[in-house]
Design a protein. Structure first.
Length: 389
């Protein structure tokens, strides 16, 4: 059997190093394309895969150490079979004998139920004598005893543990803090009546799923409405570069996706040319890649605007932070029934708060407010998109 050396995979251009985390140990048998370990970088995680079936002979880099591109990581023995690894099996330890079950006490004999009433006592003819009735002495007062002190309940276990921050979490912290230090962030708010979009979704969700193969969610109407509003207010789709402003004629929207390892923002590109079906397919594809930890740096590069949907977690209200170097971010929140005024009457409607955080160095309040109003109108009446109003 041949012994080969597995090297670190090729890194993307913007990444030079990462931290290795081993998923297998020396002596483990793996199949072809099984994950031996993963390299966590600032932006993504890359898998270290077994090229063929075999056994791990030696891990050349300790767990958690820094690695670079093409670095030798593992000595790997091709073939060998499962019989050569861990051939000595531990003998089965006999299980302790089960204690004999306690014998149940024999049931007490049930008393017979009387079928005839008891005899009626005879009433004496002469008056009863009170001489034989004993005299009742008064009870002595009860002296209260001193209560015993109550022992305190034992407190729970109070422990702490210190965990090293992952590269992705460190990078997210750096970028968010840099956004606060660089941008003059300001947030404006509005509310959206979701009645029409919910009715449209309920009416066409079955036919939409049958035709496009994906479910109709709230994301596609909001992404399409954002692209529509960005074309109406192009400064929100622009970015500051030194002493110049770069205006984009295309709309690439980053979608914030929460994963166990941190927040990632894959990009749906050229949204202005897509319909609801195209958007839903792209969002579902990118979200699944993010959850399976197979998102790439190329999937997250670029982006002219970001949408964060905290409503999936039940968020009522919030102020999102700009994803640099972009100039604005839209925050969606949960849909809750609230009383609102409709044509002079109080009605219960499904309402959502929306928030736009923007860089006030580039975007004025007028453009930000008009942008949110455009999204509000496109969601409350989707015909606005069709008529391009």
């Amino acid at each position: 059997d041949d012994v080969i050396t597995i090297q670190a995979p090729t890194f993307p251009e913007s990444i030079s190093e990462g931290d290795i985390r081993w998923l297998k140990e020396v002596g483990d048998t793996v199949e072809e394309n099984d994950m031996i370990g993963e390299i966590e970088t600032d932006k993504t995680t890359m898998a270290v895969l077994a090229p063929e079936s075999g056994i791990i002979e030696e891990l050349l880099v300790p767990d958690g150490e820094k690695v670079t591109q093409s670095l030798d990581l593992v000595k790997f023995k091709i073939g060998g079979g499962a019989s050569t690894s861990q051939s000595t099996e531990k003998p089965a330890t006999p299980s302790p004998p089960t204690p004999p079950e306690p014998k149940e006490a024999p049931p007490q004999a049930a008393t017979e139920i009387p079928t005839t009433p008891p005899p009626v006592p005879t009433i004496p003819d002469s008056p009863m004598s009170t001489a034989s009735i004993p005299r009742v002495s008064p009870q002595k007062p009860v002296i209260p005893t001193t209560p015993q002190p109550i022992e305190p309940m034992p407190s729970g276990v109070r422990t702490e543990r210190r965990v090293k921050m992952s590269r992705m979490r460190l990078r997210i912290a750096e970028r968010l803090k840099a956004a606060q230090n660089t941008c003059a962030m300001l947030t404006t708010f509005n509310e959206v009546d979701m009645s029409n979009i919910i009715e449209m979704r309920n009416s066409y969700k079955e036919s939409f799923l049958k035709k496009h193969g994906v479910k109709l969610s709230f994301m596609s109407p909001f992404i399409k409405a954002a692209a529509f509003a960005l074309r109406d207010q192009p400064v929100i789709n622009a970015v500051i570069d030194g002493k110049e402003i770069i205006y984009r004629d295309y709309v690439d929207i980053s979608i914030a996706v929460a994963t166990p390892k941190g927040l990632v923002v894959p990009v749906v590109r050229n949204v202005e040319t897509m319909n609801y079906g195209d958007i839903e397919k792209n969002v579902a594809f990118l979200a699944e890649k993010a959850r399976q930890n197979s998102i790439t740096v190329e999937d997250m590069e670029g982006g002219t605007f970001t949408i964060s949907n905290g409503g999936v977690f039940g968020s009522l209200f919030g102020t999102p932070i700009i994803n640099p170097p972009q100039s604005a971010i839209l925050g969606m929140h949960g849909v809750f029934d609230r009383p609102v005024a409709v044509k002079g009457q109080v009605a219960i409607r499904p309402m959502m708060y929306i928030a736009l955080t923007y860089d006030h160095r580039l975007v004025d309040g007028r453009e930000a407010v008009l942008f949110l109003r455009k999204i509000k109108s496109a969601i409350e009446d989707p015909r606005v998109l069709t008529l391009d109003l």
